[in-house]
Design a protein around this ligand. Structure first.
Ligand code: NAP
Length: 332
């Protein structure tokens, strides 16, 4: 008997062929325990519900660390419903022979769309326009009122030329933009020109961040980063909140070091409504919903189910994050 814990209800419904139905069919409905609440399980509830489980289908809100792995030695696979897995201690999972899978590619377009939604909303001042209407400040048409930034023909800088960065860069061709990118290495198939970080910051009118969160990227968008950007430039982040030094971003917006920002991710999440970020000048915020289209979330859930089933069987799948875990597992 193989038992799993799913830490939230999955998108895609529960009908035939849905992600959760596939899991129930594969393992038997009685062996699939789904956390029924909107908010994630507490640590205590997570540990309690994973007792005796072989696999966990988890989210970015669930911490998978050594404490968990030692407490639940029966777990053989952890399937993350996201591409980023900074909530999971992957080396510890590998050492314990636990396969980790994620959901790459299927969410790249939706997340790149969100980066562009934020870029365009920040450039064309959509929140300010709405505020003006709501507050009765919309007077007669005036040629100097609510002026904003042109997008067409300008320069987009991509920080993190991976799957989502490439999708965001491809969208720029419709706006006749020059695309620059920086990362660890030049990518032959990336639609843009490889430059240093300094050159990216100095030349870009828009900067869109697509790096994973890790020790190298934590806090990399700091005061010095914003100082090196152009004064009219717009900063967009759909990666992870802690990549940005948030007080430094707020200061850069307030004192005009940069023109505007659009963020889908921030620190903390959820952001309290009275956080200084909410009141910052020229900012557009969305509540970490980059991949949140019904179609994309359903594809992510299918991929997570595939990963969980394969991981528990000790099989390799394309989205297995730590193939070395399978060797360690065979020695268990
Ligand atoms: P990916 O394909 O792995 O791309 C990440 C890119 O960043 C890679 O090209 C990587 O280069 C580069 N990179 C890593 N460290 C860097 C650094 N210090 N400076 C410059 N570039 C660096 O991942 P992805 O699928 O595009 O996803 C990217 C991230 O987006 C995820 O990790 C996740 O945190 C975030 N995300 C957010 C949402 C949302 O809802 N807002 C949705 C999906 C994903 P190398 O490969 O050479 O290391």
């Amino acid at each position: 008997m193989t038992r799993v814990f799913v830490t939230r209800e999955l998108p895609g419904g529960a009908g035939d062929g849905s992600p959760i139905a596939r899991l129930r069919e594969a393992l038997g409905a009685e062996n699939v325990d789904v956390w029924p609440e909107f908010d994630p399980p507490s640590r205590e509830a997570f540990l309690e519900r994973t007792e005796g489980c072989d696999g966990v289908l988890c989210m970015i809100t669930d911490r998978i660390d050594t404490e968990f792995l030692e407490a639940r030695p029966s777990v053989r696979a952890v399937a993350q419903l996201a591409v980023g897995y900074d909530n999971i201690d992957v080396p510890a999972c590998t050492a314990h022979g636990v396969a980790v899978t994620n959901t790459p590619d299927v969410l790249s377009d939706a997340t790149a769309d969100m980066a562009w939604a934020l870029l365009m909303a920040a450039a064309r001042r959509l929140p300010a326009g709405r505020d003006a209407i709501e507050q009765g400040q919309w007077g007669q048409w005036n040629p100097t009122w609510m002026l904003s930034s042109e997008i067409t023909g300008r320069t987009l800088g991509i920080l993190g030329p991976g799957r989502i960065g490439a999708a965001a860069a491809r969208r720029a061709s419709g706006f006749d933009m020059t695309v620059l990118y920086t990362g660890h290495s030049e990518k032959p198939d990336f639609p843009g020109t490889f430059v240093s970080l300094d050159e990216l910051l100095e030349r870009s009118d828009f900067i869109s961040v697509h790096v994973p969160l890790n020790d190298e990227t934590r806090g990399m968008c700091d005061a010095s980063f914003f100082r090196r950007m152009r004064r009219h430039a717009i900063f967009v982040n759909t990666s992870r909140g802690p990549v940005v030094d948030q007080p430094a971003l707020i200061a850069a917006l307030e004192d005009g070091t940069i023109a505007a920002a659009g963020l889908d991710v921030m620190t903390p999440e959820p952001l309290p409504p009275d956080d200084p970020l909410v009141r910052a000048k020229n900012i557009v915020l969305s509540p970490h919903v980059g991949s949140a289209t019904l179609e994309t979330r359903t594809k992510m859930a299918h991929l997570a189910v595939d990963g969980l089933l394969a991981g528990m069987r000790g099989e390799t799948v394309r989205h297995l994050v730590n193939p070395e875990a399978l060797n360690a597992a065979s020695r268990r």
